[in-house]
Design a protein around this ligand. Structure first.
Ligand SMILES: NC(=O)c1ccc[n+]([C@@H]2O[C@H](COP(=O)([O-])OP(=O)(O)OC[C@H]3O[C@@H](n4cnc5c(N)ncnc54)[C@H](O)[C@@H]3O)[C@@H](O)[C@H]2O)c1
Length: 262
């Protein structure tokens, strides 16, 4: 897939690039000829991924507002001006009822999944705007589109989807596109951990989707790759769910469930 217009030769920074969806996006972009910077709070793992794709690694904590603009400036000075940003860094939440939910956990999730998403988008996007060129993809979630028992994570991801349109409007005249991909249940170390701890049941997640399967990180990365590329040159401010039809299928429970395969 090398040589896709608008990606080959460009510098791409992927937050959360050390694992799961971010790692898969980093591999896809490197495979298409981009120079990839794997940016993660887990620097050891970021270095391993960067080495395996011939890219660069940087330690980046997306919640650190005192350092983030400096870190992005450093990357641009050492590697080159960023033209691609994929913002995949994030953490999941344990489903909890309001009477049991600790505000310390609410603060942690909002800090990373909402405030951190904004901070990293602003640092990367403002730099792109000064050069008049760039494409950013935020990673939302279907949890931001439907009611779920995740009182911090759901609102944080809904805000990421809203933020995508806000930033797209603000930066459009400066040549910067901003879009969002909202994964459904995606088999990554994050989801695998939740399954192992009994917080999610794979058979329920599969059964609730139209396609009868979980999402693979590669399914998400391909949608990100499309939005980043010039194939999507007139697309900005949108959210594309990549969720194996979970959003379409769940309400069929009320009518007795999905029909079996014909
Ligand atoms: N896996 C799913 O089912 C699923 C579904 C919907 C949305 N998402 C979203 O996709 C994104 C990636 O999730 P994943 O499943 O690949 O998870 P993952 O745990 O495999 O990867 C997340 C990465 O983010 C990094 N990270 C966490 N906090 C950070 C911080 N403060 N600064 C920098 N990096 C940080 C972690 O070190 C890790 O490498 C997240 O935003 C998540 O909310 C995942």
């Amino acid at each position: 897939m090398t040589g896709i217009r608008g990606v080959a030769g460009q510098v791409a920074l992927v937050t959360g690039g050390a694992s799961g969806i971010g790692e898969c996006c980093a591999r896809l972009l490197a495979g298409r000829g981009a120079t990839v910077v794997v940016a993660d709070v887990n620097f050891a793992r970021a270095e391993q991924v960067a080495q395996s794709i011939g890219g660069h690694a940087t330690r980046l904590d997306i919640t650190d507002d005192r350092r983030i603009a400096h870190e992005i400036a450093n990357v641009e000075k050492q590697i080159g001006p960023l033209e691609i940003g994929v913002l995949s860094a994030g953490v999941a939440q344990v489903p909890t009822r309001t009477e049991d939910y600790q505000m310390s956990d609410w603060d942690r999730i909002i800090d990373i999944d909402l405030r951190g998403a904004y901070l990293s988008a602003a640092a990367i996007g403002n730099s792109m705007c000064r050069r008049g060129r760039g494409s950013i993809v935020m990673i939302g979630s279907t949890a931001g589109l439907r009611s779920v028992p995740l009182h911090a994570y759901g609102p944080a991801k809904a805000a990421v989807i809203a933020m995508t349109a806000n930033l797209a409007a603000e930066w459009g005249r400066s040549g910067v596109r901003v879009n969002c991909v909202s994964p459904g249940y995606t088999l990554t170390p994050m989801l695998q951990g939740m399954i192992e701890r009994g917080e999610r049941d794979p058979s329920i997640m599969e059964g609730d989707s139209a396609l009868g399967r979980l999402v693979e990180a590669d399914d998400v990365a391909r949608a990100v790759g499309f939005l980043i590329s010039d194939e999507a040159s007139a697309i900005t401010g949108v959210n594309i769910p990549v969720e194996a039809g979970w959003l379409s299928a769940t309400s069929w429970h009320t009518y007795g469930g999905l029909p079996p395969a014909r």
